[in-house]
Design a protein. Structure first.
Length: 965
């Protein structure tokens, strides 16, 4: 008999000696530290092998996988850490929160863990107010679903303007690498499919307008689909007639093909109950009845900004205030305004059909808006339009017969709805349309229009040269007022929004003249790359001298700027949703100051009069109803068709009385919308918040510290030829072998240039933040799986450990209970010689000293415990076992027990209501309601802390108290 390998003897039937077969040992002879083994298979064929000591540990007896307690300590350490990492989702109650670059808030945790993760598969509508962090909630949900094995493939469908934001946030905050779909991904292969893209972000309109791409999405075998801005999945119902848009049909098709679907929108209800009922069919399936009460059925969660709070119960969002800054045009500006407005009205009156109305009408509206924007914007727009039409006229001189065709073709540029475009695309689109779309169909008509434009250009040049700009003067006065400065004289950060790049250029020049070179003006517009926009954002946030940001609506989408609380609408947008988006850049999570918005409005212009009247009514309602009016403003202004109202005012199509009547309805509509909004929300009561706060605190204490993933990675990576080294202030994974990528994860990258094992606040706005390598990261999971395959048998063999706080021996055993193939519980017990069982932390395996040689009685004791668990829980898998020798003296062991008892009695006497924690978890009791404290007991003079105790202390900081008895 070999020492330590009593189960390997002639006649024993074993696994692990021959590939995928049970064999019988014929003879075994010691050979150095290993052995020469002769064995016979089921067909009577004999063979032999020379095995090392390590290889001998992988030979297990058939029928019980009984422990030998002879596992290699290094292999056992790696395997037990791999087990914990593979089951991190059940050992760490809020895994995604602790392993991501986010500070999750109560409402986000409630949505993900109490609503979205309550069952699988799941259909869910997340309808929290704007700024609540729905992207964060989606990332947490995806990460948890991946960790639980619920999903392997995920499709995210978003408006085109948001694809980069989603891709970057998922990568930087959650280490989730999603590909953005481009047509080039499919190539020219006849076997086109999305099978090779398990994590994909798709543009909503690109897929909804292309039946082939829609079919690819349906056939992509995705487990989860997420639709952002889901209100764009429009459907209308009139009587028995239901009209479905292409976007809605795409969502229907994906719903029927994908097990789990999440819809995200702050405005699921467009004001029409019939449309809303049809929209809710996306939460069911084609053969299911319509969902009548999605919130009551657990299919929807909606919280409004007023309900969103920090863990301490303080409001998450500060107050909002909007002011109108009226100004009056100078005489020379008024002359230009009237001349351009007359040209716009005359050309609008020539519009005769829908195609012309979409293109020429839109071009004229843009021209009117450029007129109100700045002298430079109208001058450049008029000049470009004149020059483009001049070029068309010159080309037509030699081919008059083709002029009508060429001019008619310009109508095609206006067939899209700019309000449905990304702001980046809308900027370019406006420049295209305003330069070429015209009513002219003959050379004579074209020449006449060019002549008018020439006169308008001359007037615009005069205004620009005179530097006459009442609007700029109003802004300059605001920027030099006391509201712009802190008490110590430091200039506050402010964002100034315009609608076009010409005005941004103009403002940048004038701001330098006003503020001097001591203030760095940052600029964001649609022509900038995402990287340049991110750099401008980072400069504005981090550089004290960068106190002014001027931007188009490219900064209204996907850019978070809560470092500022002051904003100016230099150009008030005609699209009410843009108005809400802009304010949302500063009024969002993380904002600590009252947010102020100033709207610059020309009081003596037609459109300015509309805006002034409207904004005054909104302010009256804000004083009566509170900040909630801003949350429903977009909905109400859409109902009254603000852009159409402005267009009619500019074009002279509506009398002042008609316009005033429309605006008069705004007050009642706002009040009604606020009431309806209040009646359709979920809850986050103080009692629910208290429970949530306790759950989050305990989950934080139990979460894996960065050193768990780091220590495991640094020991496991070399075994599988993964190159990981320190490079400057971050780690670099220079190479992930193809074999590992093929076997253990389609989401694995070939390399990771910058990774970190610990989250730090200064990484959030870094130009190139490192990726967080934590439990749940694809590479950590892949190495855990690989270690499990390679050394998992070490856990079944078991090991001998030493406990210097106990004088009694005991057995540690870990069992895994599975439900539908997914781990549901992973539990570790300490079992005494008498058979008493107590639940403990699996961290004890690596807390205690390893490596002692097992004795026969210890092997027998471990075998007895494993057999008892197998009999009592036949559906459980024995995942790990260890025999623990109590090496403490009776006096030391008694001191540890007494310290714990004294701590409990003391806390009880102080009225702190101690709640027992898991022994070995790193604390003995928790107390508190509003503030959770973690108490740990230790004998007098005992200062050495175990690994898990150090981790808890690092997790909860000052909330961890060690009391020495």
């Amino acid at each position: 008999m070999l020492p330590g390998f009593a189960h390997l003897s002639p006649g024993s039937k074993v696994e692990g000696l021959a590939f995928d077969a049970v064999v019988e040992i014929v003879d075994i002879t010691a050979a150095g530290s290993g052995a020469f083994v002769r064995y016979r298979d089921e067909f009577g064929i004999e063979d032999s092998r020379l095995l090392s000591a390590d290889e001998l540990t992988n030979i297990l007896p058939v029928g019980g996988r009984g422990p030998t307690l002879a596992a290699d300590p290094d292999h056992f350490w790696l395997a037990i850490e791999a087990l914990r990492l593979r089951h991190a989702a059940v050992l760490n109650p809020l895994l995604a929160v602790s392993s991501s670059n986010v500070e999750a808030l109560p409402h986000q945790v409630q949505a993900v863990y109490d609503c979205m993760l309550t069952g699988h598969p799941k259909r869910f509508l997340l309808a929290d107010d704007p700024g609540a962090g729905k992207t964060i909630m989606a990332g947490l949900f995806i990460k948890e679903a991946l960790a639980r094995g619920w999903i392997r493939r995920c499709l995210i469908v978003v408006p085109g303007s948001l694809v980069e934001q989603w891709q970057n946030e998922l990568r930087e905050k959650f280490a989730l690498h999603f590909e953005v779909f481009e047509n080039s991904l499919l190539g020219d292969s006849p076997d086109k499919s999305l099978q090779d893209f398990p994590f994909l972000i798709a543009r909503l309109d690109q897929f909804s307008r292309n039946s082939e791409l829609m079919a690819h999405a349906v056939d992509g075998e995705y487990d989860l689909a997420i639709f952002d801005e889901a209100h764009k999945l429009a459907v209308s119902s009139w009587g028995s007639t239901v009209t479905k848009t292409k976007r809605f049909k795409l969502a229907e098709a994906i719903r029927d093909a994908v097990p789990s679907t999440v819809l995200m929108t702050a405005t699921p209800h467009n004001g029409k109950d019939a449309d809303y009922r049809e929209f809710l069919t996306l939460l069911g399936s084609a053969d299911q009845p319509v969902v009548e009460d999605p919130a009551g059925d657990g299919l929807m969660r909606r919280l409004v900004k007023e309900q969103l709070v920090h863990l301490d119960g303080t409001p998450l969002f500060p107050e909002r205030r909007a002011s109108t800054v009226p100004y009056r045009l100078s005489p020379i500006e008024s002359e230009l305004y009237e001349a351009v407005s007359e040209y716009v009205r005359e050309e609008m009156n020539k519009v005769s059909d829908d195609d012309t109305r979409r293109s020429v009408g839109f071009a004229l509206v843009v021209l009117q808006r450029r007129l109100a924007s700045s002298p430079q914007a109208i001058l450049r727009s008029l000049t470009r339009r004149r020059d483009r039409l001049r070029a068309q006229a010159d080309q037509a001189q030699a081919a008059e017969g083709k002029l009508a065709v060429a001019l008619a073709a310009t109508l095609g540029v206006g067939n899209d709805d700019p309000d449905e475009m990304s702001s980046v695309r809308a900027e370019t689109y406006q420049d295209e349309v305003v330069s070429v779309a015209t009513n002219a169909r003959t050379v004579a008509e074209l020449e006449a229009e060019i002549l008018v434009l020439g006169r308008l250009v001359a007037k615009a040049e005069a205004v620009y040269s005179a530097r006459a700009d009442a609007k700029w003067a109003a802004l300059a006065e605001l920027l030099t007022s006391e509201a712009m400065f802190e008490a110590d004289g430091q200039r506050r950060k402010i964002i100034i929004f315009s609608e076009n790049r010409d005005t941004l250029d103009y403002l940048e020049d004038r701001l330098v003249g006003l503020l001097g070179r001591t203030v760095d003006v940052q600029v964001i517009h649609g022509a900038l790359s995402w990287t340049d926009r991110r750099r401008a954002q980072a400069n504005f946030i981090t550089e004290p001298s960068s106190s002014v940001l001027i931007a188009t609506d490219a900064a209204g989408e996907g850019v978070n700027l809560q470092v500022a609380h002051l904003m100016v609408n230099y150009d008030v947008p005609w699209n009410p949703n843009r108005l809400e988006q802009r304010f949302g850049r500063i009024h969002r999570i993380g904002q600590r100051h009252t947010c102020h918005l100033w709207n610059l409005v020309a009081a003596d212009t037609r459109e300015g009069d509309v805006f002034r009247t409207l904004l005054e009514k909104v302010e009256v309602q804000r004083e009566a109803l509170g900040d909630q009016v801003f949350d429903v403003l977009g909905e109400v202004l859409t109902e009254i068709s603000l852009s159409q109202l402005l267009r009619r005012a500019v074009g002279g199509e509506a009398q002042r009385g008609e316009i005033e009547s429309e605006l008069e309805s705004v007050s009642g509509r706002l009040e009604s919308a606020v009431e309806k909004r209040a009646a359709s929300v979920s809850t986050l009561t103080p009692e629910e918040l208290a429970v949530l706060r306790r759950e989050m605190e305990i989950a934080k204490a139990m979460s894996f510290q960065p050193d768990v993933a780091r220590d495991f990675m640094l020991r496991a990576a070399p075994l599988f030829h993964v190159d990981i080294t320190m490079r400057g202030d971050a780690w670099q994974v220079g190479y992930v072998p193809t074999r590992l990528r093929d076997e253990f994860g389609s989401s694995l990258m070939a390399r990771y240039d910058r990774v970190a094992f610990e989250h730090s606040d200064d990484q959030v706005f870094a130009a190139d933040p490192p990726e967080l390598m934590a439990p749940g990261h694809p590479l950590v999971s892949a190495l855990a799986d690989a270690i499990g395959d390679e050394f998992g048998s070490s856990l079944n063999h078991g090991i001998v450990l030493s406990d210097n706080r106990s004088s009694d021996d005991y057995v540690l055993v870990t069992v895994v209970a599975t439900a539908e193939g997914n781990p549901s519980t992973v539990t570790t017990y300490a079992v005494t010689v008498g058979g008493d069982r107590q639940q403990v932390s699996p961290g004890l395996y690596t807390d205690l000293e390893m490596g002692a040689t097992p004795e026969p009685r210890e092997v027998a004791a471990a075998e007895a415990v494993v057999a008892a668990f197998s009999d009592d829980y036949p559906d459980y898998d024995i995942a790990a076992v260890a025999y623990v020798r109590g090496t403490a003296s009776p006096q030391t062991a008694s001191a540890w027990r007494t310290a714990r008892e004294q701590l409990r009695d003391e806390l009880t006497a102080r009225g702190l209501d101690p709640v027992a924690a898991l022994p070995g978890q790193g604390w003995d009791f928790t107390t508190g309601h509003d503030e959770i404290i973690f108490w740990s007991a230790a004998p007098p003079g005992e200062t050495e802390r175990r690994r898990t105790e150090k981790q808890v202390a690092a997790n909860v900081g000052g909330k961890y108290r060690v009391e020495q008895g």
